[in-house]
Ligand binder design. Structure first.
Ligand SMILES: *Cc1c(COP(=O)(O)O)cnc(C)c1O
Ligand SMILES: [Zn+2]
Length: 438
């Protein structure tokens, strides 16, 4: 049975609605972004809903085991839909004492989305988008990507038996991410230019309906990703943290957290929203420039530059949705430098938690927000780590060997440098190295 959901344009002076099966990515009247919203709120008993969600974790059914589909009462899919899942979600919420101390905050926890099947948060949205592709009878699914969306789509398309094409900027995707897409059998098309060029091309390609586009402009992606907010609230016994801090690239993730927490509040499952703050890399920060009033209107960054390749984006498609999340929760949008990202990543590592550079913008950002007094003593903070350490080991090795340089050739200090030590000699030499530790 179909649930009471529809696609709705987010532009206040439009608000057109479209049925779920309409193969759209933006409003066909005004070009605005679309939300998938319920037309009547689900009639649910809150306690039984919490209990059902929790009890599913002990089931062996794929739809119950998934940390996305476990929350299916809030997803716009019929009860008998054939889902495409790789057991995504249910990711850990870690304590991080060293990161917490580094930031100067009393309570910092790290929600590690790198623990998903393909190593990034993209899986939580890909399971729903590729399921929708099946519902619509798509033959070929496609995306533009800085690497992780591609790896994720390639895996879910393979699992679903769909053809898959991905557009990536030539020479700008980490080997690990590329390797994943190749292994999952996707057709990898390398485009001259950057991510924004890939995005432009693929939006034009998708106009004629021959491909199904699963970038985060697709509102069904956001539906899966919003469940991370539910899962996080559940992990915190339905208490919402004071602050939630996420990296900002194409701005789908921050949009999805806003939507998830908004729906939880509307249902009465929580009593407030966290302040949602977004951190961008200095060299790729059009959203920060806009929100902080340096520019009167939204201006794309023509030459985005950062080693955090997952957020090297100058024309983020979802900025209006992200703006909604930040404004309604009174969060901040800030930037951090390449050096700050690299050092924060190393500190997270010292907690035994590995993430990719883009994810570390969060800890770097929290440190700043605390120093500025935006985060107050005693407040609880959750940072979202978006991708796994092994996504970009080249960066890590260079940092620890003191040879990491920005795209403009500036040396990044290995503040927490930890190079391997060559020991060629005797046991005595080894003993002396070991006794000098700690
Ligand atoms: C995609 C991605 C981001 C950016 O997320 P947006 O939703 O595009 O803002 C950040 N970090 C990692 C590791 C990613 O893969
Ligand atoms: Zn519209």
């Amino acid at each position: 049975m179909q649930k009471p959901f529809a696609q709705r344009c987010i532009e206040p002076d439009c608000g057109s609605t479209f049925e779920l099966a309409a193969p759209l990515y933006v409003c066909s009247r005004c070009g605005g972004l679309l939300d998938v919203d319920w037309t009547e709120p689900p009639a649910v008993d809150l306690d039984s809903l919490r209990n059902v969600w929790r009890s599913r974790m002990t089931s062996f059914e794929a739809a119950d085991r998934s940390g996305v589909w476990r929350f299916r009462e809030l997803l716009p899919f019929a009860a008998d839909v054939q889902i495409v899942t790789l057991n995504e979600g249910n990711t850990p919420l870690y304590n991080a004492p060293r990161s917490s101390e580094y930031c100067g905050v009393d309570s910092l926890q790290l929600k590690h989305q790198g623990a998903n099947p393909t190593g990034s948060f993209k899986d939580t949205g890909m399971t729903s988008a590729v399921t929708q592709a099946k519902v619509l009878g798509a033959r070929l699914v496609a995306c533009a990507s800085t690497g992780n969306t591609a790896a994720s789509l390639a895996a879910y398309a393979a699992q679903a038996g769909l053809l898959c094409a991905i557009l990536v900027p030539e020479g700008q995707v980490s080997y690990a991410k590329l390797a994943q897409s190749l292994d999952y059998g996707a057709k990898v098309l390398e485009i001259e230019g950057n991510f924004d060029s890939c995005m432009r091309v693929i939006r034009e390609l998708s106009d004629d309906g021959s491909i199904y586009l699963v970038n985060s402009i697709n509102p069904f992606r956001i539906e899966g990703q919003k469940t991370v907010a539910i899962e996080l609230a559940e992990q915190l016994a339905w208490q919402v943290p004071d602050h939630l801090v996420v990296p900002g690239g194409n701005l789908g993730n921050s949009s999805a957290f806003g939507k998830g927490f908004r729906e939880l509040l509307a249902l009465g499952l929580t009593t407030r929203m966290p302040r949602i703050s977004v951190v961008q890399a200095e060299g790729a920060s059009p959203f920060a420039a806009y929100v902080n009033g340096q520019r009167g209107e939204f201006v794309d960054e023509q030459h985005p530059s950062t080693l955090a390749s997952a957020i090297k984006i100058g024309a983020p498609v979802s900025w209006k949705k992200a703006l909604r999340a930040v404004s309604e929760t009174e969060g901040q949008v800030l930037t951090v430098s390449e050096q700050e990202i690299a050092d924060a990543k190393a500190v997270i590592g010292r907690d035994g938690i590995g993430c990719e550079p883009a994810s570390a913008t969060t800890v770097a950002g929290i440190r700043k927000l605390r120093a500025e007094g935006f985060i107050k003593p005693g407040e609880t903070v959750v940072a979202v780590l978006t991708g796994h350490l092994l996504k970009d080991t080249d960066y890590v090795n260079k940092y620890y060997n003191n040879s990491l340089e920005t795209e403009h050739g500036q040396r990044i200090q290995g503040t927490f440098s930890n190079p391997p030590i060559q020991v060629r000699g005797s046991l005595d030499e080894l003993r002396s190295v070991l006794s000098s530790l700690g």
